[in-house]
Design a protein around this ligand. Structure first.
Ligand SMILES: Nc1ncnc2c1ncn2[C@@H]1O[C@H](COP(=O)(O)OP(=O)(O)OP(=O)(O)O)[C@@H](O)[C@H]1O
Length: 262
């Protein structure tokens, strides 16, 4: 399913947090949303999964406005893993993952055998089948994050929105979760802080700065020393990954503000 943001702006507390963002994630693409702290990544994603209403513009799934969709239809189209998801009740891991099936059956319906298979498959994909009966409040941060990713996969969405999906994960799980998101079928829009991971997995990246899109393209086109200096305020060196050829970045601090335009 194609995802389009057409001129999306979000205003809160009298401030434009996201300003006229237009971008597209085509069917099956993994698209990264990058930018420094406070640049508007989470706010943009919240507008996509409709926790925030854009003050202007539209979010479209296969050309249909997402805000006009019935909630269950929307939940079958778009799943999201937000940055901070607080588990307030001690559901078991299996119960949390089962919540992902709710858009696919009636509220009072029992899970079918097929639903249970989807949930078990999603838990296995994130490597947590052995924790199915554990309470989520007893999990480590990284385990909990993988449970939330399993819940989103169990939702079998056609668009997957991920807000910093790797921030609690060790390096192997970072690579595995992103590879899983990449290969599991849905179109992915993910906010990522780790520019090297973004360069490794994204088909396209979009960079936000102060709520505005300042660059869009492939990682090789976008993640240049000039952009790293201008937007992130660091000196960046771009080298090809010896195995994959994808750009990898080495960083150090800019010595002086003039270096940002060197
Ligand atoms: N409800 C709100 N009211 C006022 N300001 C807000 C609100 N929500 C977010 N902001 C501000 O909007 C800006 C963008 O926040 P957002 O969380 O989208 O940034 P981000 O790029 O995801 O940042 P980070 O990398 O730190 O997670 C920040 O300056 C934040 O303080």
């Amino acid at each position: 399913m194609d995802l389009s943001l057409n001129g999306v702006s979000v205003t809160a507390a009298g401030r434009k947090l996201v300003d006229d963002v237009t971008l597209e994630a085509r069917q099956g693409q993994f698209v990264g949303l990058l930018g420094p702290n406070g640049s508007g990544k989470s706010t943009t994603l919240r507008a996509v999964y409709q926790v925030l209403k854009p003050s202007a513009g539209a979010v479209l799934a296969d050309g249909q406005p997402v805000d006009g969709m019935a909630p269950r239809k929307r939940a079958r189209a778009i799943a999201a893993v937000a940055q901070e998801s607080h588990a307030e009740f001690d559901f078991t891991v299996a119960e949390v993952v089962a919540m992902g099936r709710m858009p696919h059956h009636g509220l009072l319906d029992r899970m079918s055998a097929a639903d249970r298979r989807v949930c078990a498959g999603a838990l296995a994909q994130v490597g947590l089948a052995h924790l199915a009966e554990r309470g989520v409040l007893t999990l480590s941060g990284g385990e909990r994050q993988r449970v939330l990713i399993a819940r989103a996969l169990a939702q079998q969405p056609r668009i997957l929105v991920l807000d910093e999906p790797t921030n609690h994960l060790d390096i192997r799980h970072q690579l595995e979760v992103l590879a899983l998101a990449r290969t599991s079928g849905p179109t992915v829009l993910a906010a990522l802080h780790d520019l090297n991971l973004a360069a490794a997995v994204c088909d396209m990246v979009h960079v936000l700065d102060h709520g505005r899109l300042v660059a869009s393209g492939t990682p090789a086109e976008v993640l240049t020393p000039a952009l790293l200096a201008d937007v992130f305020g660091v000196r960046g060196h771009v080298v090809p990954h010896p195995a994959t050829g994808r750009p990898q970045l080495l960083f150090d601090l800019l010595e002086s503000p003039e270096d940002s335009h060197a």
